[in-house]
Design a binder for this molecule. Structure first.
Ligand SMILES: [Zn+2]
Length: 344
């Protein structure tokens, strides 16, 4: 093991290529946020919906900042209407994952976007998505599991409907419950009822915290919602008491470095706290969040970390084992994924 302080940025092209091709486990991927822009444009054209305003001239998604991004995200999502649309989305998203060497992925699904929070409709969407995921597993070798998320800026009442949908469909495919959306609105504890309902249904829990708000937000997610994973969590970094609490409790962070840099949470990857958090004993993992929106991919995330912090194959292997340990799927699924990681 190298001295942790002596790591130099990796510049050797052959080594970088090996790192980019490693099999990967991804825990933090918003389902609609993985939609390739060409897929959304095609669907909009077919349905004769004009959403030209959300695209740049080069065809990528166009927005000014995080809050505008939420609007563009919802506009893009508005063309996804039927269970069939979501099944096609599933295939498109998993094609991208497979291209990037992802062997296991958990994706955030929102009943608010799939049938407006209605349980009967949600079951139909879920069934369609699940069938597409099973086909992708056979054809592309990437395993997908679902985590229902409520949307923080839609408020606690809508969250209860999302939690009910999650609780009623919990099982070997729908494995978790969480919260996404605008962290500047409301408090973690406003959603405790929904998280309790999900926990009682056997679902595992995660919540977005510490992407925009500071260490206190991360502490509240752990203490008020009793989650075992945190979406982002990186802004816990300035308060070492919170950092050490995460390490001691074994909370896993779903870190999305490219997303954070793209949205200006940090000015550059070198300034991102992921490496410090890892050295301090926090369980960190690597994900893309909403890859086409943030012009990233799992390959690019790995290359960026290798170049910024000198992370080598050994560290990425450790990151992937941490992610698989923290995955919400059952033991048999983990064992199958572990074989793929070990073959590499
Ligand atoms: Zn996210």
């Amino acid at each position: 093991m190298k001295d942790e302080d002596e790591r130099r940025p990796i510049t050797d092209e052959e080594q970088l290529d090996r790192i980019a091709r490693l099999p990967k486990v991804e825990l933090h991927l918003h389902f609609e946020g993985g939609a390739p822009p060409a897929f959304i444009r095609g669907l909009a054209k077919q349905k004769k919906v004009d959403i030209a305003r959300i695209f740049n001239e080069d065809g990528s998604y166009a927005y000014r900042d995080f809050w505008h991004f939420l609007e563009v995200y919802e506009a893009a999502t508005s063309v996804l209407k039927t269970p069939e649309d979501f099944a096609r989305l599933c295939t498109a998203v998993l094609e991208e994952s497979a291209k990037n060497g992802v062997v296991y992925s958990e994706t955030f699904l929102s009943p608010d976007f799939c049938g407006g929070g209605d349980l009967g409709a949600w079951r139909e969407y879920l069934q369609a998505i699940r069938e597409a995921a099973e086909a992708a597993e056979r054809d592309m070798g990437v395993t997908l599991r679902g985590v229902v998320t409520c949307i923080r800026h839609f408020g606690p009442e809508k969250a209860k409907r999302a939690a009910l949908c999650a609780a009623e469909t919990a099982g070997d495919w729908l494995v978790g419950f969480g919260m996404a959306g605008d962290e500047k609105q409301g408090k973690q504890r406003d959603f405790a009822y929904s998280f309790d309902m999900a926990r009682e249904a056997g679902l595992r829990l995660t919540s977005h915290a510490g992407e925009w708000n500071g260490p206190q937000e991360v502490r509240e997610a752990v203490e008020d919602l009793r989650v075992e994973r945190i979406g982002h969590g990186v802004r816990a970094a300035p308060d070492l008491a919170v950092v050490d609490m995460l390490a001691e409790r074994g909370i896993t962070l779903e870190v999305c470095p490219g997303s954070n840099v793209f949205l200006g949470v940090y000015p550059a990857l070198r300034a991102h706290p992921i490496d410090m958090l890892r050295k301090r004993g926090v369980k960190v993992t690597v994900s893309t969040d909403d890859p086409p929106f943030f012009h990233t991919s799992m390959r690019q995330e790995y290359l960026g970390l290798a170049r910024a912090f000198g992370w080598d194959e050994e560290i990425f292997a450790e990151i992937n084992r941490t992610a698989l340990d923290a995955a919400f799927c059952d033991a048999a699924t983990k064992e199958a994924v572990l074989k793929k990681l070990e073959q590499a």
